[in-house]
Design a protein around this ligand. Structure first.
Ligand code: SAM
Length: 206
């Protein structure tokens, strides 16, 4: 990478940090952090998708949903790994962050809305067809009812083999649901993030 590219990248990251900080001050519970995900966390999240797919499959097929994209650092990595932009749907509840995502990535599908209403806000014909969901929602900031609505909303738009990934700070499972319909697996711990994070995968219990 050229020195100029590295400098531009740093500047870009600084601007993103400032915007996230501003939005955090306005709504700390919903935004959940003042720090964009670290490059290590971003890689852990996108690798979770890439494992099991060869580059040809990545370029050809998967339909990917990103929830709570924030500053778009994971979005950028998904595109960099070769995902066709038209296959990427991003749902972000904060209209300022969503506008910035639209400006930065004009060829992806950005939807301003609540991840608990996916069946209503995504195109009807895509219901039941997503291959991957990758979520940064600060689930620990919300109550059990929110978390239950969230995971049901996600499962409703996935296909039968769809995979759901979520990161959360520290090591406890953010989806502490009482019902036995959801199974969880810790996929990766990422120490090089502030705060340290864990990537979780969720399954519909069969
Ligand atoms: C922890 S931040 C994401 C940080 C992001 N990974 C980054 O590095 O920039 C959580 C994001 O989830 C969004 N969010 C919170 N609740 C949401 C909801 N119900 N539906 C969609 N997005 C939501 C927030 O606006 C925020 O952008």
């Amino acid at each position: 990478m050229l020195v100029r590219d590295v400098t531009a990248e740093r500047l870009h990251r600084r601007i993103k940090k400032r915007e996230l900080f501003k939005q955090f001050l306005l709504n700390p519970k919903q935004v959940g952090t003042v720090f964009p995900s670290s490059p290590w966390l971003v890689k852990a999240m996108t690798r979770a998708i890439a494992s099991g797919l060869n580059p040809l499959q990545i370029a050809a097929s998967p339909l990917v949903l990103e929830l709570g994209a924030g500053t778009g650092v994971i979005t950028q990595n998904l595109l960099a790994m070769g995902l066709p932009p038209q296959n990427l749907y991003v749902v972000e509840i904060n209209p300022i962050l969503a506008d910035e995502l639209k400006r930065l990535y004009p060829t992806i599908n950005v939807i301003v809305g609540d991840a608990r209403n996916l069946a209503q806000i995504l195109p009807t014909e895509l219901r039941g067809s997503f291959d991957f969901t990758i979520s940064s929602l600060p689930l620990k900031n919300f109550d059990a009812e929110f978390r239950s609505q969230f995971i049901e909303s996600v499962f409703a738009i996935m296909n039968n083999n769809g995979k759901v990934f979520q990161y959360s700070y520290f090591f406890s499972n953010p989806l502490k649901l009482n019902d036995k319909t959801v199974e969880s697996r810790a996929v990766k711990q990422v120490w090089l993030n502030f705060p340290p994070a864990t990537v979780w995968q969720y399954f519909r219990a069969r």
